[in-house]
Design a protein. Structure first.
Length: 166
């Protein structure tokens, strides 16, 4: 496979896509692991599955593969501090007790996230620098109050989704 577009041009072009910010979380041996991801999408409604693209160098990557469980927590604008904590701190320091609780799969879930999906790993596909992780959703919760103001990543910065489409 020959690259047609430089990595720099690709990265710049992708900044034009506004994407919801999620905290992907898991736990191993009582220690929480997590990362921020914008590459999350639905795959199928039957069975309920989604996919998450995770960089192979992320600290949570191998833990997700070993434990075969993870949560996808969609952040609202009120979670800017959570997102910044995940991007500036490492390891378990990313998790403060005020925002997290154990989900049904015994993994950290964001207390007031817009959406939380708890997933069992169904498949993993190679995505070059990333793994494309397919998760079968075992639990889902929706916080309708926060759904109108999701936290986004757009033009290499945090943004809000409060504008309504015409």
């Amino acid at each position: 496979m020959t690259a047609q577009v430089s990595a720099d041009v690709f990265r710049h072009a992708m900044t034009c896509f506004a994407s919801g910010i999620t905290a992907i979380t898991t736990q191993e041996g009582g220690v929480p692991f997590g990362l921020i991801a914008t590459s999350v999408c639905s795959l199928s409604a039957d069975p309920a599955t989604l996919l998450v693209c995770v960089n192979k160098t992320a600290s949570a990557h191998d833990v997700i593969l070993r434990t075969q469980r993870f949560a996808v927590n969609l952040l609202s604008a009120q979670h800017l501090s959570v997102a910044k904590r995940f991007t500036s701190l490492r390891g378990a320091e990313r998790f403060d007790a005020d925002h997290w609780q154990d989900g049904k799969l015994d993994i950290p879930t964001l207390v007031d996230a817009v959406v939380v999906f708890e997933c069992r790993l169904a498949k993993v596909h190679d995505g070059f620098t990333h793994s494309i992780i397919v998760g079968q959703i075992t639990e889902a919760s929706v916080n309708d109050e926060g759904a109108s103001d999701c936290l986004l990543w757009h033009h290499r910065d945090f943004a809000r989704s409060t504008q309504q489409a015409a």
